[in-house]
Design a protein around this ligand. Structure first.
Ligand code: GLC
Length: 565
């Protein structure tokens, strides 16, 4: 066995086939308020991102995706947008945005922004106008207002629940109710309204004109609704199939919206791209990923799988088939701003399955509820499995989406004081769900706790734990075996591996070991089991863990260079 350095392929996403960059990109998600804080006010900002452009370049990523940076009351971490064509003053200005785009583009890093079309903030000018304009007004018709039930309309129009818990309707002072799929500060827009559609087309042009390369589309499956009377009850809703005619989600007519968006995307050279966040039945994902629509869709199956060979294999097989059906490439995600970090998930016992056998995205919540004490977290085991899973993922054809901090092997922060919590899921569930703040704690750049670990020197809007020192960028840069060094090497090597989108499985005879081959002879082997797996006469390019003998240790991945026996 030999470990060899391999030089990287050219930087452009277009490796050999002339395929567009996004088909096999590595996209790094930045949660701007928690990335880097240039003005030392405790909240990350756009100049902070610009100041870390060299770091981003050192990761060998193809693009960054920025979670919302728009003006917002922060009822939902910025996913409550008060103005789609401006920057929250706490995060900077449009000039700062332009500077950031330039800093990233000059390092060959594309920029993807988050677009939130299902709902606005209740502070958005349209909603404020709807409140004052009153019943029956055009302004109200941009949202979903209804009369309440009962003789005085004091009961909500239906018993629907919001995604963050509590009722999905809120009453305004003149007695009408408005629908909000999420928090009450996030009123749902009426996508049957032409002005709503046109305004979003303008927003897409606004950012595209500023040089943005693509869009991540929030809750892409929920925009259009059929709210004809009588409205179904919650119990009735639960009996309805998700066949494209459901009143609230994944309706066929949402694709009319995306066909219009596609015209805007394709009016640019190169065409702007989009990726849908669509929590829909697998078979319907290709509709969102079609070239006439958004072009690509998230696949959250790896994120929901246990660290388990048969689950990982099934997820890959299914999603490569789905991608082929859509004409798009697949996407892979292990962590994002909505779920418990994967190093932590893999350090906890396997989660219970939902009643239908489907895994839960809420894995880790019991542990978070206990302040990180119960069940006991296997820190090192979680990191080891996370590194193995990451290398398994990065070898796959398609695009990998990374979440800031996972390159440090960062764990979820469970022990956050109640007063610091920000997630609406926490408030709307009366604390039963502690929410997603634990993966949104500002990054540790240096190991000095007094200076908010180099985040910005002005404190940190979510408190950072003392153990962040072990995961600080400066700490990991000095350790060649760190997760950060592993990500950097793997992402550089990945450029030579992603040529065509083919993948060939190689039988291992061991149910705990997966082995696949990529174009140009690259191979990836992951040992999910407890026993070492023999590897003879191979040329190891990179391994997720230390390797001394001709074996692949338990819970580890290797990439083999072309020419291995
Ligand atoms: C998406 C976002 C999540 C947000 C929700 C409502 O699921 O990822 O963070 O809370 O939409 O906008």
């Amino acid at each position: 066995m030999s470990v060899t350095e391999q030089s990287s392929a050219p930087r452009d996403g277009d490796r050999t086939s002339g395929a567009p960059w996004w088909r096999q990109a590595v996209v790094y998600q930045i949660y701007p308020r928690s990335f880097a804080d240039a003005n030392a006010d405790g909240v990350g900002d756009l100049p902070g991102i610009t100041s870390r452009a060299d770091y981003l370049e050192s990761l060998h990523i193809d693009a960054v995706w920025l979670s919302p940076f728009y003006p917002s009351e922060l009822a939902d971490g910025g996913y409550d947008v008060a103005n789609y064509r401006d920057i929250d003053p706490r995060l900077g200005t449009l000039d700062d945005f332009d500077d950031m785009v330039e800093a990233l583009h000059s390092r060959s890093i594309k920029v993807v922004v988050d677009i939130v079309p299902n709902h606005t903030s209740d502070q958005h000018a349209w909603f404020q106008e709807a409140l004052t304009a009153g019943r029956g007004s055009t302004a109200r018709d941009r949202y979903i207002f209804r009369e309440g039930q009962g003789p005085d309309g004091s009961r909500p129009p239906t018993d629907w629940e919001s995604m963050f818990g509590g009722p999905a309707w809120t009453q305004v002072t003149d007695g009408q109710w408005y629908l909000h799929t999420f928090a009450r500060e996030q009123p749902d827009l009426n996508w049957a309204h032409r002005e709503v559609r046109d305004d979003f087309l303008n927003t897409l042009r606004f950012w595209s004109d500023r040089g943005v390369d693509g869009f991540r589309v929030d809750v892409a499956h929920a925009l259009t609704k059929d709210l004809s009377e009588p409205l179904p009850s919650r119990a009735e809703l639960e009996t309805l199939p998700f066949d494209g005619n459901h009143p609230l989600v994944d309706r066929d007519d949402v694709h009319e919206v995306y066909a219009e968006w596609r015209q805007v995307f394709d009016s640019y050279d190169p065409p702007r791209t989009a990726v849908a966040e669509a929590w829909v039945h697998k078979a319907r994902v290709p509709l969102y990923a079609s070239p006439e629509g958004l072009g690509q869709a998230f696949n959250f199956d790896l994120l929901q799988a246990d660290f388990d060979a048969s689950q990982f294999e099934r997820v890959v097989r299914e999603n490569l088939e789905l991608a082929e059906a859509s004409g798009s490439s697949s996407t892979w995600v292990l962590s994002n701003h909505d779920v418990t970090r994967h190093a932590t998930r893999y350090g906890l016992p396997h989660p219970p399955r939902e009643a239908d056998g489907e895994p839960s995205v809420k894995h880790g919540l019991e542990w978070i509820r206990s302040g990180g004490t119960n069940p006991e977290l296997d820190w090192m085991g979680g990191e080891r499995r996370a590194r193995a899973a990451t290398l398994f993922m990065l070898g796959l054809p398609g695009s990998s989406y990374l979440y800031q901090g996972e390159e440090l092997g960062l764990h979820e922060v469970a022990a956050l004081p109640t007063a610091a919590r920000q997630d609406p899921a926490f408030f709307r569930s009366a604390g039963a769900d502690l929410g997603r703040d634990g993966c949104r704690v500002p990054l540790p750049w240096s190991n000095s706790a007094e200076e908010a670990f180099g985040f910005g020197g002005g404190g940190s809007h979510l408190p950072q734990p003392a153990w962040f020192t072990r995961y600080a960028v400066t700490t990991e840069e000095e350790d060649p075996d760190s997760t950060l060094c592993l990500y950097r090497r793997a992402l550089e090597l990945r450029r030579s591996l992603q040529t065509s989108e083919d993948l060939e499985w190689i039988s291992t005879g061991d149910p705990e070991v997966l082995h696949y081959r990529r174009p140009n002879g690259w191979e990836v082997i992951t040992n999910f089991g407890a026993e070492p797996y023999p590897l003879e006469g191979v040329n190891v390019a990179i391994a997720s863990t230390g390797m001394e003998e001709e074996v692949l240790p338990s819970e580890a991945t290797v990439w083999l260079m072309p020419g291995s026996a």
